[in-house]
Design a protein around this ligand. Structure first.
Ligand code: MG
Length: 276
């Protein structure tokens, strides 16, 4: 199933999305996903509504005309993998990491599709990084080596891991450079049936010009390995988001630019850039 979250006259709603004649349209208003919790109140699992059980729209509504929100409310954290494509590590003159390199973004950095990415005044170089995003659907702790992460994944989306490159280099650790408000655009949809394991194309365009054109089969660490690695040091909770790294071709953005990250099966995440 593919779904989005959008604003209606009656508040925010989840919408089931289908591709018809090459265009993504909202065909049904879905009920809200349910969070199952343990007896101790710990989030355990997200249960999605059944397709067809909601309010089917008389007329399919074009996704590009909807007022979209981030497609899923992040519950506790956003974790990211740095340098997960060899060509990208090389373009920034970095060594290829021996194990997944993990950092985090605060949930306050989230930005809806169409929202403005704000270049902070204290940075002279802000970059785009188009990435596949993983949304956790089931609590995951101490995943065994070689075990599949699939049972713990709700679905996939697009993330733009916006980065203040000069501050990243200056600070050494990345919390500030990666964590500004608006530095985590996400969307437009979640696809629960996508298969990034078999290789899907990740493309980023700036003002229509192709800048990144990579494939998930070139990831240094697979999604299973990333989830396994993270789950050794912190429990992944349903609703958590993981950015899986960016292919080569990163570069700076200026106010007035329009960034588009497109991934097979996930559509296009489009955000304009402004100065603070
Ligand atoms: Mg990144």
């Amino acid at each position: 199933m593919k779904f989005c979250r959008f604003i209606t006259a009656n508040g925010s709603r989840f919408g089931r999305v289908e591709t018809r004649d090459g265009h993504d349209v909202i065909v049904e208003e879905l009920g809200a996903p349910q969070m199952q919790v343990t007896g101790a109140g710990v989030p355990e699992q997200i249960v999605l509504p059944e397709p067809g059980a909601g309010k089917v729209l008389d007329e399919p509504f074009p996704l590009e005309r909807a007022r979209l929100l981030t497609p899923f409310p992040v519950v506790s954290k956003i974790l990211c993998v740095g340098r997960n494509y060899a060509a990208h590590a090389r373009e920034l003159n970095h060594e290829i990491p021996a194990e997944p390199l993990i950092f985090s973004k605060p949930p306050s950095a989230l930005l809806a599709p169409g929202g403005e990415i704000v270049r902070p005044a204290i940075s002279q170089r802000v970059d785009y990084e188009g990435e596949v995003g993983v949304i956790i659907g089931r609590r995951c702790h101490l995943l065994a080596e070689g075990e599949s992460a699939k049972p713990y994944i709700l679905g996939f989306t697009i993330i733009n891991d916006v980065t203040a490159r000069d501050l990243q280099n200056k600070d050494g650790q990345w919390t500030r450079a990666k964590g500004f408000d608006t530095f985590c655009p996400v969307g437009p949809i979640v696809n629960t049936e996508l298969d990034p394991w078999s290789g899907i194309q990740v493309q980023t365009r700036v003002n229509g010009e192709l800048k990144q054109d990579g494939n998930t089969r070139d990831m240094l660490f697979t999604i299973d390995r990333i989830v396994q690695h993270i789950s050794q040091f912190c429990t992944l909770l349903p609703g958590d988001l993981i950015a899986t790294g960016t292919p080569e071709g990163v570069g700076p953005v200026q106010a007035g630019d329009v960034l588009e990250v497109s991934i097979e099966g996930l559509g296009t995440l489009r955000n304009p850039v402004v100065n603070a």
